[in-house]
Design a protein around this ligand. Structure first.
Ligand code: SF4
Length: 382
């Protein structure tokens, strides 16, 4: 039971809790100076390559709440858990999807809750309130706000870790012209734990709190629009949308409380989708299945590319026929990854199919890839 509320801050927090938010804290509108400095260094060091929208101008804006709302007097920082059930059992025919994408698109769910919250804020304060809301989609440094307000602390994998719900949280913010007394940051750290660094399969966490974006499976499977580098494909494993490894191994996450929001519960089969079903999808199937799901971000072509890599890594011989079919019918980006997967699975049928495809192929990148795949498949025959 929470104590009876009296202060304005308590009323505001109680209102957010009643709407389903799990953690609500407050910080001031001052710039996030050290976060801005760290973000600029990440850009200079090339660790944000691939995110063309992540510019120095944007970094400046996202770390100055008053540039987002001139009259800002407070930033309300909120977190809501998306930890629901365990994932379904994986097989050699399935891929894996990061937890946050098992249910409805959080942007839509949380924005509608935040709009409701802002209306209630006017009722609580008894005056017209100017506010802006952010759910991981605008120029706002959500993690800096979460850290300074005490929602959580920075984990070495760069996620915000909360004491109660671990890092399985969606962050959101309301910048408002209502003055609210700020909360203090938490005095917590990860101590000596480096589990996330040790267990990241691609070595993307190159130092505590520093991710080399271009190596991270989340980037490779969601943001990258082109060819996944060959050397990274075996390390991607069966992840086809995001990656939860550095969160799964985090000890703080083992004690995390479950989500209250039902919108984030798993849609049937979303944690471990059937990979061949993805290969066989057309645009209508894709749009229907992933309507209001974060997965639509990768687009059909990206999801098929990722499914090819996962099938190659799973090594199930039954996947050869659908992959060979893709080699005949799909666009070049998918053909390239299908060729790799066929070569990776290997065997005489794989070599024969690749040699046949080579005779018909006209795309230069695909020709290179097929030649490499034939080499790999032949090497494994010996
Ligand atoms: Fe590494 Fe996966 Fe974490 Fe990215 S999401 S840093 S690939 S463990």
């Amino acid at each position: 039971m929470r104590p009876n509320t009296t202060t304005l801050e308590d009323q505001v927090k109680e209102c957010a809790y009643s709407l389903g938010f799990d953690i609500v804290r407050i910080t001031g509108p001052e710039p996030f100076a050290s976060d801005e400095k760290a973000a600029l260094k990440r850009i200079d060091d090339g660790h944000m390559n691939g995110y063309s929208w992540y510019t120095k101008e944007r970094v400046h804006k996202m770390n100055h709440p008053k540039l987002l709302l001139e009259s800002a007097r407070s930033v309300i920082s909120l977190a809501v858990s998306y930890l629901t059930t365990d994932p379904d059992v994986s097989t050699s025919k399935t891929g894996k999807v990061a937890r946050y994408a098992w249910g409805d698109d959080y942007h839509n769910v949380l924005k509608s809750k935040l709009r409701e919250f802002c209306l209630k804020l006017e009722r609580i304060t008894g005056k017209k309130v100017n506010s802006r809301i952010f759910v991981d989609d605008g120029p706002m440094n959500d993690r800096a706000a979460a850290r300074r307000s005490g929602v959580g602390w920075f984990g070495k994998n760069t996620n915000i870790l909360t004491s109660t719900h671990g890092s399985w949280v969606f962050l959101s913010q309301v910048i408002t012209d209502v003055y609210l007394k700020p909360d203090a940051p938490l005095k917590k750290t990860c101590g000596n734990c480096v589990s996330c660094i040790d267990d990241c399969p691609t070595g993307a966490i190159i130092a505590p709190y520093v991710i080399d974006n271009e190596k991270c499976i989340s980037y490779l499977t969601i943001e990258l629009r082109g060819i996944v580098p060959r050397e990274l494909r075996p390390l991607v494993g069966d992840w086809i949308f995001g990656c939860d490894i550095c969160q799964d191994v985090c000890p703080v996450n083992r004690k995390a409380l479950k989500a209250r929001y039902t919108s984030f519960k798993q849609r049937p089969g979303f944690s471990t989708p059937d990979l061949v079903e993805i290969l066989n999808m057309d645009q209508t199937d894709f749009s229907r299945k992933y309507k209001n799901s974060p997965i639509k971000r990768t687009k059909l072509v990206g999801l098929k590319r990722n499914a090819c890599i996962a099938l190659g890594n799973n090594g199930d011989i039954d996947a050869l026929a659908p992959l060979i079919n893709v080699l005949r019918t799909e666009e070049s980006l998918i053909r390239i990854h299908a060729a790799w997967a066929i070569g990776h699975i290997g065997g005489k049928d794989a070599v024969a199919a690749l040699e046949c495809a080579l005779r018909l192929e006209e795309d230069l990148d695909a020709i290179d890839e097929i030649n490499l795949a034939i080499k790999e498949a032949k090497a494994n025959l010996v």
